[in-house]
Ligand binder design. Structure first.
Ligand code: ADP
Ligand code: MG
Length: 571
């Protein structure tokens, strides 16, 4: 008898699962895509123990008939294409017909499904690729899939899974991407019963952006809107200065497909030109719509990338779309300049904001007067205080009844953060914000030693860490006062400085807080919008010792009217 045998179907599926199902998040991605293909406008995802114990995806899509619910688990079974040519007009996410078969071969899968017009629904259970039952049941229209004990029969795979928080992070990323690509679809994501993402259906893209990526990106991004008869490119890109230390904040959707594409990323980066500092990456959310015949979607088993048939044209169009967005953004910034110079501020948005700001201050005069150690009592408490704006991207100019004050934005923010950190270590109150996607900090051996020594102090001010292998640390949460987007960079700079300290044998807590405050503070030379200027000043007002930074340099230089009169020889 010959040695060569055809492999049994279940084994083939398990081998295929190696490509399709890498971790719980890849199961979620496939199931969510199926729900989207089924026309659902609400998709809920629940996981337990990072998805290793349970993944449940529920949708209100069109469901399956009894017959199809069985076929769905067969290998290479799909309702989405019938011939290779169909890929040229494909609008669905699925087409390979292997996800359900692959998932069912490495887990226990229970599916309940019902078409809305059907009298009853169907429940079907698979264990390790073998069908266990197929019954008629009552259930709401749509489809609900439970995936239990993932990789229970492939222990080698299971070993590759990371800590629970890492797996939750991967799944959160999958849902974030889906939610950003499909604003009209509502999503709910829960981990161990706790809601992590919850966005309603029928949303505008702006609302999604705000909910998923946060206010910073929302306010500091330029709108991309570009179209020719053959391509539509729209979305948002970070304004110059709104950059990241990794490519993690790059969301690209091609005909709604969530993919990574180095060519598109390059085109956006090139559009910034000298507006992008070295070793930084643009942050963007870009949707590209092209004729499906222009892209080959069948180039990756998990459908994570695509291939363009005319890459040069795509590069050129994306680059142009991004440059236009950035130029437009800059033009709008400069449009404010004449108003600032014209002395008469009436009607400008800045003044409206300054006015409401001064009113805010008015209510707080008496409270402020009681405080000492802050800015001298009557400086910030005047009703008439106005922010005149930021100069040289480094100073905030304010004006009150006494004169003109110039605030060093970095020194001010450094003091604010330092005092917050100090108060927190003393009170023990945490005040942290969890990171939707935990940050991996890869350290050299030396850096790891330093980080280890500073960990308890960093935890004291609101960070939370896991250490998961060798010199990799995972940051799960950070102090509420920090910008989540900048964390990677903050850690880089923090470790650099701590390392350059000669006596890092004994890491002084004081030094840790000061260095963290310094690295996390807004930089000298960083543009701040009026809202950020207001917030900074409002916080400064409540900060003790606010006349100097933690290193003792002044936060503020005041030019009194008295002084001005002397200088102009009026006195
Ligand atoms: P593909 O998505 O590539 O077709 P899958 O294995 O993911 O392959 O799914 C197989 C088939 O099962 C799909 O083509 C679809 O007809 C059906 N199906 C899967 N999930 C759902 C769902 N949530 N709602 C309706 N039909 C579904
Ligand atoms: Mg599918």
């Amino acid at each position: 008898m010959g040695l060569i045998k055809i492999l049994p179907d279940t084994l083939i599926s398990q081998i295929a699962a190696g490509e399709v199902v890498e971790r719980p998040a890849s199961v979620v991605k496939e199931l969510v895509e199926n729900s989207l293909d089924a026309g659902a406008d609400f998709i809920s995802v629940e996981i337990e123990q990072g998805g290793m114990k349970l993944i449940c995806v529920r949708d209100n899509g069109f469901g399956m008939s009894r017959e199809d619910s069985d076929m769905a688990f067969a290998r290479h079974a799909t309702s989405k294409i019938a011939a290779l040519d169909d890929l040229n007009t494909l609008r669905s996410f699925g087409f390979r017909g292997e996800a359900l078969a692959a998932i069912a071969s490495v887990a226990i899968v229970k599916m309940k499904t019902r078409q809305s017009e059907a009298q009853a629904g169907t429940e079907i259970v698979y264990r390790g690729g073998i069908k266990e039952s197929h019954t008629t049941i009552g259930c709401p229209p749509g489809t609900e899939i439970f995936v239990e004990n993932l990789f229970f029969n492939t222990p080698a795979r299971k070993k590759f899974l990371k800590m629970e928080s890492t797996e939750v992070g991967h799944t959160a990323a999958v849902i974030s991407h889906a939610a950003l690509a499909h604003p009209t679809v509502g999503f709910e994501f829960k981990s161990n019963g706790k809601s992590i993402i919850s966005v309603p259906p029928d949303s505008q893209i702006e609302a999604r952006l705000l909910a998923i990526l946060g206010r910073d990106f929302f306010e500091q991004s330029a709108r991309v809107s570009f179209s020719t008869p053959s391509i539509k490119i729209h979305g948002f890109i970070g304004q110059p200065g709104m950059t990241a230390a990794s490519r993690r904040h790059q969301y690209l959707f091609i005909n709604g497909r969530d993919v990574a594409d180095p060519l598109v990323a390059r085109a956006v980066l090139d559009a910034y030109g000298s507006r992008m500092p070295g070793r930084q990456y643009p942050m963007f959310l870009i949707n590209i719509e092209v004729d499906p015949a222009e892209v080959d979607v069948n180039v990756h088993p998990r459908k994570l990338s695509v291939k363009f048939f005319e890459p040069n044209r795509i590069y050129r169009d994306v680059r142009q779309a991004a440059s236009q967005a950035l130029d437009e953004y800059q033009k709008n910034i400069f449009a404010n300049v004449p108003q600032m110079k014209s002395q008469n501020f009436t009607g400008s948005k800045m003044v409206q904001e300054a006015i409401s700001f001064s009113q805010e201050f008015a209510g707080q005069v008496s409270e402020k007067k009681k405080r000492d150690g802050g800015l001298a009592s009557d400086e910030l408490s005047q009703n008439s205080m106005q922010i005149l704006g930021q100069i040289a991207n480094s100073y905030i100019l304010i004006h009150d009844e006494e004169g003109i004050a110039i605030i060093d934005q970095h020194a001010a923010h450094e003091r604010i953060l330092y005092e917050k950190f100090k108060a927190r270590t003393q009170s023990g109150a945490k005040n942290t914000q969890p990171l939707l996607v935990p940050l991996n900090i890869e350290c050299s051996a030396q850096e790891a030693t330093v980080l280890e020594k500073t960990l308890t102090h960093l935890e004291g001010i609101g960070f939370e860490f896991d250490k998961w292998s060798g010199n990799t640390f995972v940051c799960r949460a950070c102090p509420a006062a920090l910008k989540k987007e900048n964390l990677a960079k903050i850690f880089r700079e923090f470790l650099d400085e701590m390392l350059s300290e000669k006596e890092h044998g004994a890491v002084l807590p004081e030094k840790i807080l000061k260095t963290m405050a310094c690295k996390a503070a807004v930089k000298f030379g960083m543009p701040l919008n009026i809202q950020e200027q207001r917030e900074l000043l409002a916080e400064l007002k409540h900060t003790p010792n606010s006349s100097t930074c933690p290193h003792g340099r002044p936060v503020r230089v005041l030019l009194t009217f008295d002084e001005l009169e002397r200088r102009f020889y009026r006195k």
